[in-house]
Each structure stands twice: as structure tokens, then as C-alpha cells.
Design a protein around this ligand. Structure first.
Ligand SMILES: Nc1ncnc2c1ncn2[C@@H]1O[C@H](COP(=O)(O)OP(=O)(O)OP(=O)(O)O)[C@@H](O)[C@H]1O
Length: 347
């Protein structure tokens, strides 16, 4: 496999805003690299500076200090047409495309090569056809963009970026208006595109779980203005992920890669064991109920779960008593009889 090449570099970059003599620095001292074939997800809490960074890296706003280099040229020295041949940008803000059809919007991706009134060559048509095939938008092509659903529009805007045929694509919250299946599909598509077309793709998102699963690299915007970059798994295991979202108030469970919404209210009196799938869902339900799950087999109550034809079965052993239940609901009800919730317990 070819070594990934560096497409974009930021050296000692400071980002933020300058107005009426005031400077508001959002982050500084940033050293970043984007390489071919990589899907990089930029994550951070609200107000951490994701949009500011995306806008600065794409030349929409000037850096406060430092330098961005794209394709071996300083970003600040690139003319708009030169930049448009290096970088395509997909913004979530609804763009006014009038009555243009999806096909016409995709064709706009070729503007850096044809000019506004330029006619499309065979090469342009081939690039457009390829981007349509890659995003699977053929059935939408003759419809005005404004009549499409948000998910469909998002795919058309991605096709336009692909038609632009740049080594680097940046997307600002590309999953923002999509439902779960479309969010998953969009992330999978972007991951596949990075792999297959060797493009560098940078996107900002609040989809922590999807980013953890699909990104080749994460850029975590720490509230103190640093960016921690690395493989998702390393950033989880070394605590960087937790630190980035520490202010959310929810502990992050490094073993499951999820935020813990329910804290145990009860003593850890239940030991859970058994098949992986029923164990996962039983544990979730017990956690939601605030039931204390212990780590040792000699806990007062042992629950052994199995997968049955109807999905779930469990045996509860408490002292000399044993109970069989056939749903998670029954399990919770039986356990609540054994261990009344502290909130409901008699004083
Ligand atoms: N035009 C502006 N002038 C001054 N400060 C701004 C401007 N736009 C944003 N900011 C500030 O810069 C900081 C970073 O904002 P930014 O929009 O980049 O964060 P974000 O990570 O994209 O947030 P979100 O996840 O909420 O979209 C915030 O404190 C914000 O208030």
C-alpha cells in the first residue's frame, strides 16, 4: 500500500476572532496534519472551536497566527480557484440553490475547472458521473434540490464535493440533520471514500459513537484550546477522550466506549453472568434501575442469563432460592422484590 502523503499541515496555528482591536483566541499552538486516505473526525463540546478551526483550515477566515499549508502551498497565498482545486467544502447551512436540480448542483463542482459559463468537457462529465455513482444519487438527479429531504440533499452536496475532484474534503457536521440510519450510512460512505479514493476527509461532528467507530484518526478539541490527535482507541484508553468531555458531567466508561447515564444507587449485590448478548441488555436495564452490579461471583445474588428462542431467559439464585424469568422486565421485577429500591424502601 502507498504511504499516506500529507495533504494539509498547520504550523503553530492560532485561531479565533479579531474585531475592533479585540482579539479572542479560541485555540493556539496547533500543529496538525491531514494525510491521504484518512477519515479524520473533529470532536469537541459546544463552543470548543470546531467551526472556527474548520473555517480557518478552509480559508473562510484568517488565522490569528501561524500557517496552514495545503498541497505544499501556503493557504493564504492561494487564489480562490487554486484553493478550489485543492479543497472542497461541504457546509451544513442550507445553501440557496434556487430551482437548480440535483444534477445541476453536482455539476457546479466542476466550476473551478470550467469557470461559471464554461461548458463541460468529457472529463468533467466523467467526474460528475463517477461522483453520482459513488454517492448513489442517480434517482434524485432531475429533482430540484430544495425539494429533497435533508439526507438526500446532504448526499447531493457530497457528490458535488466529489465532482470537484480535490485531494481534501472538509465537511462541517455532515450528519447534523440526518436520522440514525442515514447518519450511519453517511459515515460509512465517507469512510469508504477515504479508503477507495485516497482522499483526506476531515469532518466535524457531535456523533461521538459513530466517530469512534469510523474515524481513522480523531482530533479532540480540549476545552483548554489544545487538540489531541490520535487513533480513536488510543484516545479512549489513555483518557484523552474522557478529559475532552469531562465537563459534560457524565463519566465515560472506557470498557464500553459510552457515557454512563445512570449511576448505581444501590449496593453492588448482584453478580451477572452468561451469554454476551443477553448479558449486555440485562446489564443496561439493571444500570437504568440504579441496581448495584458487583464484580464478584460470591455476591448475595447471582443472575445467569441465556439466549432463548424468545430472546432472553435468566436464573436468579438468591441464598437457597432460585427463580426462572423469561424477560428482562420480569428479571427487574423479581430483583426489585429481593432488593427494594432505596427510594421505595421502608424507613
Ligand atoms: N464571530 C465570532 N466572533 C467572536 N467569537 C466567536 C465568533 N464565532 C464564534 N465565536 C466564539 O468562538 C468559540 C468557538 O466557537 P465555535 O463555533 O468554533 O465552536 P464549536 O465547537 O463549533 O461549537 P458548536 O459545537 O456549538 O457548534 C465560542 O466561544 C464562540 O462563542
Amino acid at each position: 500500500m502507498k504511504e499516506p502523503a500529507i495533504i494539509l499541515e498547520a504550523h503553530d496555528l492560532a485561531i479565533g476572532y479579531r474585531s475592533a482591536g479585540n482579539v479572542r483566541t479560541v485555540a493556539k499552538g496547533l500543529h496538525l496534519q491531514l494525510r491521504t486516505g484518512m477519515l479524520v473526525c473533529l470532536l469537541g463540546s459546544n463552543g470548543a472551536g470546531k467551526s472556527t478551526l474548520m473555517r480557518t483550515l478552509s480559508g473562510l477566515q484568517p488565522a490569528l497566527d501561524g500557517q496552514v499549508v495545503i498541497g505544499n502551498r501556503a493557504l493564504a497565498s492561494l487564489k480562490p480557484t487554486e484553493l478550489a482545486r485543492q479543497l472542497s467544502l461541504v457546509l451544513t447551512d442550507r445553501t440557496d440553490t434556487g430551482n437548480l436540480t440535483a444534477r445541476e448542483v453536482v455539476a457546479l463542482g466542476r466550476t473551478p475547472y470550467t469557470g461559471w459559463l464554461g461548458s463541460l468537457t468529457a472529463v468533467d462529465h466523467a467526474k460528475i458521473d463517477l461522483s453520482i455513482a459513488q454517492t448513489g444519487i442517480a434517482p434524485l438527479l432531475d429533482r430540484p434540490l430544495h425539494q429533497l429531504s435533508d439526507g438526500e440533499k446532504q448526499k447531493v452536496m457530497l457528490a458535488r464535493a466529489l465532482a470537484q475532484d480535490t485531494a481534501l474534503i472538509m465537511l462541517d457536521e455532515p450528519t447534523a440533520h440526518l436520522d440514525l440510519p442515514n447518519r450511519v450510512e453517511m459515515m460509512r460512505l465517507l469512510h469508504m471514500l477515504a479508503r477507495d479514493t485516497r482522499k483526506a476527509i476531515l469532518l466535524s461532528t457531535h456523533e461521538l459513537d459513530l466517530a469512534l467507530q469510523t474515524a481513522d484518526e480523531l482530533w479532540l478539541m480540549h476545552p483548554d484550546g489544545r487538540i489531541l490527535a490520535g487513533l480513536p482507541e488510543d484516545l479512549v484508553l489513555n483518557g484523552a477522550f474522557e478529559a475532552t468531555f469531562a465537563q459534560s458531567g457524565f463519566p465515560f466508561d472506557r470498557s464500553t466506549g459510552t457515557f454512563v447515564i445512570h449511576q448505581p444507587a444501590d449496593e453492588p449485590q448482584i453478580y451477572l453472568e452468561g451469554a454476551e448478548r443477553p448479558l449486555f441488555w440485562a446489564k443496561r436495564a439493571l444500570q437504568r434501575e440504579g441496581m448495584g452490579i458487583g464484580r464478584y461471583r460470591d455476591a448475595p445474588c447471582r443472575v445467569t442469563v441465556t439466549e432463548s428462542d424468545s430472546g432472553f431467559e435468566a436464573e436468579i439464585n438468591f441464598g437457597t432460592a432460585a427463580f426462572k424469568v423469561t424477560s428482562v422486565q420480569e428479571l427487574i421485577e423479581r430483583l426489585r422484590l429481593i432488593f427494594p429500591s432505596p427510594a421505595n424502601a421502608a424507613p
